[in-house]
Design a protein around this ligand. Structure first.
Ligand code: PLP
Length: 382
């Protein structure tokens, strides 16, 4: 482990540790005041009107859809090139998943969404893959025309923006993940942002058991025991202050963290040019990329190298990697449930077969970056 360049290593600084220690010593480690500050930090950062912190991005997707009444008999359109959680949460609501193929960027091909809309379609879940925003003008236009909700899967997209609007402030709800490998982490957690008070209130209720008062508002805030009522059989999707404290501290140091990611990304771009592998795009005219995942594509026909061998050789040199993602129609459950053939979504399949994510973290040292560069160059140069 010691000598490995870990894939998705979190960037934990002294300020993050201190923030956690403060909570540990405070006498209140469950969800409370720190989580409220975290929610306010998300509002300030994204420009959305409301934010609700939850126990994971997955939980956030689920309660956002529930809050808007998505359920049995409905269809929800999303990308096949995503983490299973995106589609799983649609299934959990009782609705059915309709995949629409991606374009060459890996994001859902917004121009193909219209063809997938049926009388049952209720929502679109665009995934800002790798941190690159989807074409939100087209997606929001289609959604408004057909009266569909838009739940943005912003698990990769903290810090991204589209036409000068932060991701988190555009769709009906946007869901960020605070999982260990994300640009901003709490180890586990998530935040939903929305401009709609009704949606925010409903998510808050569903997140906290469906009861009218959280533990913090009952005991912590007022120091008196307030009675509470159950309005709906909700869930425990609360995030403890212990974890919110990490994310809060990380947001405060975000500018520095993003600059570091950008620096490493730039070094990779320069070092890997002309090696026969396809490099990820970064910034575009209309958007700011969050630079979450540095994904190369290895086309055996062009590079003469098999991805499996590439991964193996990087592993032998102590470099961790990831695959983002294996197209969902290749997964047993989605294959069986919908009878999909992976070739039904050819672009997702090609990316799924060729993509490989290299370590990228603001916590990576120059030495670790050098090691990744040397290893990739060695493999590509035979
Ligand atoms: C694209 C995408 N959506 C959703 C999720 C689920 O987020 P979480 O792990 O916080 O539940 C992830 C996971 O990391 C993801 O990569």
């Amino acid at each position: 482990m010691v000598n490995k360049v870990i894939f998705g290593r979190p960037d934990i600084q002294a300020a993050d540790t201190a923030s956690v220690n403060d909570v540990l010593k405070s006498g209140w480690i469950g969800m409370g005041a720190v989580t409220e500050v975290l929610e306010r930090a998300f509002i300030k950062f994204t420009g959305a009107r409301y934010a609700v912190a939850v126990s994971s991005g997955s939980a956030g997707l689920f309660v956002s859809m529930l809050a808007c009444g998505i359920g049995k008999g409905d269809e929800v359109i999303t990308s096949p090139l995503t983490f299973p959680a995106t589609a799983n949460e649609i299934i959990h609501t009782g609705a059915e998943v309709r995949f629409v193929d991606v374009d060459s960027s890996g994001n859902i091909d917004a121009r193909r969404i219209r063809q997938a809309i049926t009388t049952r379609t209720k929502a679109i879940v665009p995934v800002h893959l790798y941190g690159r925003p989807c074409d939100m003008d087209i997606i929001m236009g289609i959604a408004r025309k057909h009266k569909l909700f838009v739940f943005e899967d912003a698990a990769h997209a903290f810090g991204a923006s589209y036409k000068r609007k932060h991701i988190g402030s555009i769709g009906d709800a946007s869901v960020f993940s605070l999982y260990a490998t994300k640009n901003i982490t709490a180890a586990e957690g998530g935040v939903v942002t929305t401009n709609n008070k009704k949606i925010a209130d409903r998510i808050r209720l569903l997140r906290s058991y469906g009861i009218t008062k959280t533990a913090w508002s009952r005991f912590g805030k007022k120091d008196v025991t307030l009675p509470y009522d159950t309005l709906v059989p909700g869930y425990n999707f609360e995030i403890p202050d212990l974890l919110s404290a990490i994310a809060l501290s990380q947001i405060r140091g975000y500018a520095k963290r993003f600059a570091r990611r950008k620096y490493i990304w730039g070094r990779y771009d320069r070092a890997f040019k002309g090696l026969g592998i396809e490099l990820p795009g970064d910034q575009g005219r209309d958007y700011l990329h969050a630079l979450h995942l540095y994904t190369i594509r290895i086309d055996k026909k062009k590079s003469g190298i098999d991805r499996k061998i590439f991964i193996q050789r990087l592993g032998d040199m102590g470099i961790g990697t990831g695959i983002h993602f294996i197209s969902l129609p290749l997964h047993s459950y989605y294959k069986k449930r919908y009878g999909y053939r992976p070739s039904d979504f050819p672009n997702a399949l090609t990316i799924s077969d060729q993509t490989l994510s290299l370590p990228l973290s603001s916590g990576m040292s120059d030495h670790e970056t050098d090691r990744v560069i040397r290893a990739v160059r060695r493999i590509c140069n035979g």
